[in-house]
Design a protein. Structure first.
Length: 156
């Protein structure tokens, strides 16, 4: 099983070396199949990768700083995990919120979430009913909320 997992990571690495959104994603044949491992690099468009993912997928973020340029909208059951805990940073650059979770079960593991700025939930905005979010070994820091609602780091 370990050899299989290593082979999958090697194949994903080879497939993703181009770095551009169109060239880097695993192409799904026919109908989307869930539970795929998608390796993401800082040069990839993280917001587009999240939109591309289907329920059950795992996005594995390589080391580096991700500056998506927009709030990343999550509306499905996915996992976003750092390949190495603490080495993947998602940075809003003080221009927008970082993550907005609207539905589903979302697992965030080993991420640094920083530089978010929004009316509420600058780092992570969890908005809706029936949402389950699991944070494991995440650092959420240097985020701000501009209104009286608060929740610079996380707003629920």
């Amino acid at each position: 099983m370990l050899a299989y997992a290593a082979a999958v990571v090697i194949m994903l690495t080879l497939a993703l070396q181009a770095g551009a959104m169109g060239d880097s994603l695993i192409k799904r044949g026919g109908s989307p199949s869930p539970n795929q491992l998608i390796l993401v690099h800082p040069t990839d468009n993280l917001s587009a990768v999240v939109a591309y993912a289907t329920a059950g997928d795992v996005l594995l973020l390589a080391d580096g700083v991700y500056r998506p340029g927009v709030t990343i909208m999550i509306d499905k059951n996915i996992t976003i995990a750092a390949q190495v805990t603490g080495h993947a940073v998602i940075d809003g650059q003080g221009k927008h919120g970082v993550l907005q979770i609207g539905k589903g079960k979302v697992v965030l593991t080993g991420l640094n979430i920083t530089g978010g700025d929004d009316d509420h939930g600058g780092g992570v905005l969890i908005e809706g009913s029936g949402i389950e979010v699991v944070f494991t070994n995440c650092d959420i820091y240097n985020n701000t909320a501009d209104s009286y609602y608060g929740g610079g780091g996380v707003y629920i």
